[in-house]
Ligand binder design. Structure first.
Ligand code: KIV
Length: 281
């Protein structure tokens, strides 16, 4: 996969910002890619420097960064604040701002007002919203207004009070068929990508085959066009039990804990600050 499009004075390929059209091309070319969440500018800059094509300012930040019990309480203003920070840190990646619970469920007009704020005030390139059914018309309305929409089907944490918590979705044939129909309708309404969360592998495969836009899986098996993980989960910063689908690629909690203990011990021993850390007498 390449996000390089031109050559600068040094002869090295220059990166240009990722667009939704690049993502469509990756699906057509069979290039698998990743999306990672971020909640602040430093995380965004690290992801951007690593060449990650999409940064999602997911409302999971309510739980992993802000200490809420679920994603329900986070407000649009809080999401705008974090998305603004991520947009400042990302120079090339496509920044997707999650619309939080209560900011779009009232219908197309409310969704358009919230999504417009996400683009104008927080400089996101696109928005994400959960669900099919009534969200198909909402998606069409936003896309007609020029706002790229990423859909989210399967486990939709904003509906956890209705769906009964964090559990695998669409195990029954009828539920899987309905999910595939929703995905096709959302893609026809103009969604540029579809997140699939916590569904059996076969459902991930069926949706991926049924739509032209990239599917981005999280607990949706190996057949989706892309995979997404939450920054705090994949880097070992989350406390408590992790869902089965998370792979921890680093253990930063242990690294940070050990760094803090070393700092405390060196201060207690008078080892820090040493001469090179001071401005002299
Ligand atoms: O909020 C989030 O982080 C998400 C991902 C799990 C896709 O929606």
């Amino acid at each position: 996969m390449s996000v390089h499009s031109s050559v600068d004075g040094s002869g090295a390929p220059a990166r240009r910002p990722v667009t939704i059209h690049d993502l469509a091309r990756h699906k057509a070319d069979g290039d698998r890619f990743i999306m990672v969440t971020a909640a602040d500018a430093s995380a965004a800059a690290l992801l951007d420097d690593s060449g990650v094509p999409i940064i999602l300012v997911g409302d999971s930040l309510a739980m992993v960064a802000l200490g809420y019990d679920s994603t329900i309480p986070i407000t649009l203003d809080e999401m705008l604040h974090h998305t603004r920070a991520v947009s400042r840190g990302a120079r090339h990646a496509l920044v997707v701002g999650d619309l939080p619970f209560g900011s779009y469920q009232d219908g197309p007009s409310q969704a358009l007002a919230s999504a417009t704020r996400m683009l104008k005030e927080a400089h996101a390139n696109a928005v994400k919203l959960e669900g099919g059914g009534p969200m198909i018309e909402v998606t069409a309305h936003l896309v007609r207004a020029g706002i790229p929409v990423m859909s989210h089907l399967g486990l939709t944490p904003q509906s956890m009070n209705q769906t009964g918590g964090f559990r695998v979705q669409a195990r029954e044939r009828a539920d899987a068929d309905r999910l595939v129909e929703d995905a096709v309708a959302l893609a026809e309404a103009g969604a540029f990508a579809i997140v699939l969360e916590c569904v059996p592998n076969e459902v991930g495969r069926r949706v991926t085959d049924a739509v032209d836009v990239p599917t981005i899986g999280i607990g949706a098996g190996p057949h989706t066009d892309a995979q997404v993980l939450v920054w705090h989960d994949m880097l070992g910063l989350t406390t408590g039990r992790l869902p089965r689908f998370v792979k921890q690629y680093a253990d930063l909690r242990a690294e940070i804990g050990s760094a803090i203990k070393t700092f405390a011990a060196e201060v207690a021993d008078g080892e820090y600050p040493a001469a090179e850390h001071t401005y002299g007498d």
